[in-house]
Write a protein that binds this ligand. Sequence first.
Ligand SMILES: [Zn+2]
Ligand SMILES: [Zn+2]
Length: 110
Amino acid sequence: MADTLISEDAAEERDELSALERISCHVHRRWAHECISSPVHVIVVTGHRWCRRCEAEAFVAVDEVSGSVDVVCTRCREAPGTAATRQIIRTCRASLAAAFGREQARVPAA
Ligand SMILES: [Zn+2]
Ligand SMILES: [Zn+2]
């Protein structure tokens, strides 16, 4: 964890990595999937954890066993169909995989 955090901090400083593409969180110093539920990670402007249609917060359901990540609006119960939602799913899956090692994080065939 510490290694990833340090290397992502450095990459972000060099403008090589977007803060939103990180799999470790600079604010909480944890894996992205562990603190994505924090209010800090609602970004209305970009649509991160935000449903524009309802103007409501969305929550992220992370299943550490299956490695699945879902973003669901608290009002309409649908996933906001935005690039930001896809980015959250991508980074949380990647952080899950990094946290548990590739073997366990592999998506089951079923
Ligand atoms: Zn965080
Ligand atoms: Zn909604």
